[in-house]
Design a binder for this molecule. Structure first.
Ligand code: CMC
Length: 422
């Protein structure tokens, strides 16, 4: 007999099915709740609500497990490359060599960004944050690619996927070039995706660009670690916007805006700024730990805590190791890394952090690697966005293919009763 849940309201009992996921996660299926009882649930921040079923990513916060399409994140970070993982997330299976080759070539067909996009870029002040520019430019892609908006069949979907993968990377790096006053440049279709990222960022017309394989490998790994994280704030936003049948670019643009916030992807920038501040103020980590614990102080230890991981963030473990390796290989000695280590150790031994299961998250060490690679702090969240792109696309595609209904939560009104306006 399948398991059910009984809800009793005013002496009347209602029975609801229990839905079981493929990893035995259980959920009370309340689809009929309002019809049967006239009531809705109240769950701010969706801490207890599953908004969808998904076959893409499995996450167990208690055990610190993260898997894409059944493959452990540790396995993928070690053995796959970013485009392979992107294909896996978006299309459901690991690509064969032929499929991967085709995917990469199809992305290359869409790496040219309309020249008129540059005039939009010109309109932003030099001081604009790259995430704001990226959100606007991604949305603008809709106007230049109107055919990619109505995705009605598999072919259109595939084309929209390749277009997004190709053009997003270019405009993401243009946000940096604008700030630097560099001329905008072009994707080199003879080179790989991650190598192109570095070229697009740093290559200048006056001198040849030398590729550093350590850097490319580290970035590849970082992008993989960020590629998907089930129904986080930005991904839920992408699915929500897409559920109104808005196009892929518009949905991704909304995801970029959601990611920008310091409680989400913006945390990687906030972590580095925090570590720099501690360093500049003499390196007193205890003082900042005390601030983080003080409820009267809005300061939080950035890069610590997670809505879902309550034991450790498996991505943070891999990134910490990678940070040590990258800095050692590049011969970079960064006092900020020392501050991070000291802060992490102190927090992990502290009762406040232990009692609340607060551990370093993915953002705690990623910024230290970005910094070592010469990526400026305000580009950190853009790096996160580039990594998260295939996840957003995969989730959007799944939502459309599952023909999910428009996302539209209920609320409980707590405002004024009817009054007269005279
Ligand atoms: N520093 C100090 N106290 C904290 C922190 C922190 N970083 N994180 C949580 N707490 C405390 C919080 O004050 C609360 O205490 P109490 O129970 O006494 O009121 C308790 O821990 C639970 O926190 P919460 O805010 O209810 O937890 P949440 O699940 O709503 O928030 C979070 C999760 C990630 C937003 C939060 O831990 C946070 O703000 N962390 C810092 C920002 C950060 O690093 N964000 C990146 C998240 S990982 C990458 C990503 O998803 O983009």
């Amino acid at each position: 007999m399948s398991k059910t849940a009984i809800l009793e309201i005013d002496g009347k009992k209602y029975e609801f099915p229990i839905f079981k996921g493929s990893e035995n996660e259980e959920a009370i299926d309340i689809k009929k709740l309002r019809d049967l009882t006239g009531m809705v649930t109240l769950d701010p921040g969706y801490k207890n609500s599953g908004s969808c079923t998904s076959e893409i990513t499995f996450l167990d916060g208690e055990l610190g497990i993260l898997r894409y399409r059944g493959y452990a994140i540790e396995d993928l970070a070690e053995n796959a490359n970013f485009l392979e993982v992107s294909y896996l997330l978006i299309f459901g299976e690991k690509p064969t060599a032929v499929q991967l080759d085709k995917f990469e070539n199809d992305i290359r067909k869409h790496t040219l960004v309309n020249e008129e996009m540059k005039s939009i870029l010109d309109g932003f002040p030099k001081t604009a944050h790259p995430m704001g520019i990226l959100a606007a430019m991604t949305s603008a892609l809709t106007s230049f690619n109107p055919k990619s908006v109505d995705v009605e069949n598999e072919k259109d979907m595939y084309c929209a996927v390749c277009k997004t993968m190709g053009k997003f990377l270019v405009i993401a790096t243009w946000t940096f070039r604008k700030n630097m006053g560099y001329p905008m440049n072009y994707y080199d279709n003879t080179k790989g995706y991650v190598e192109n990222f570095m070229r697009l960022m740093f290559e200048i017309p006056t001198e040849p660009y030398k590729v550093n394989q350590t850097v490319i490998d580290a970035l590849d790994k970082l992008f993989i670690l960020h590629a998907d994280h089930e129904q986080n704030c930005s991904t839920s936003t992408v699915r929500m916007v897409g559920s109104s049948h808005a196009g892929l670019f518009a949905s991704i643009s909304a995801g970029v805006s959601a990611l920008w916030g310091p409680l989400h992807g913006g945390a990687n920038q906030a972590v580095l700024e925090m570590l720099e501040e501690i360093h500049n103020n003499g390196g007193d980590t205890d003082k900042y730990l005390a601030k983080a614990k003080d409820k009267a102080d809005p300061f939080r230890l950035m890069g610590f805590g997670h809505r879902v991981y309550k034991n450790f963030d498996p991505r943070a473990k891999i990134i910490k190791k990678a940070a040590n390796e990258v800095l050692a290989t590049l011969g970079v000695e960064d006092p900020i890394l020392e501050i991070a280590r000291k802060l992490e150790k102190a927090a992990l031994e502290d009762e406040y952090f232990k009692a609340r299961n607060l551990y370093p998250n993915v953002d705690f060490y990623s910024g230290i690697i970005y910094r070592a690679l010469g990526i400026p702090t305000d580009m950190f969240t853009v790096m996160f966005a580039i990594g998260r792109l295939p996840g957003w696309i995969a989730q959007w595609k799944e939502m459309r293919e599952n023909k999910e209904p428009i996302g539209r939560p209920r609320q409980i009104y707590t405002g004024s009763p009817l009054r007269e306006f005279k």
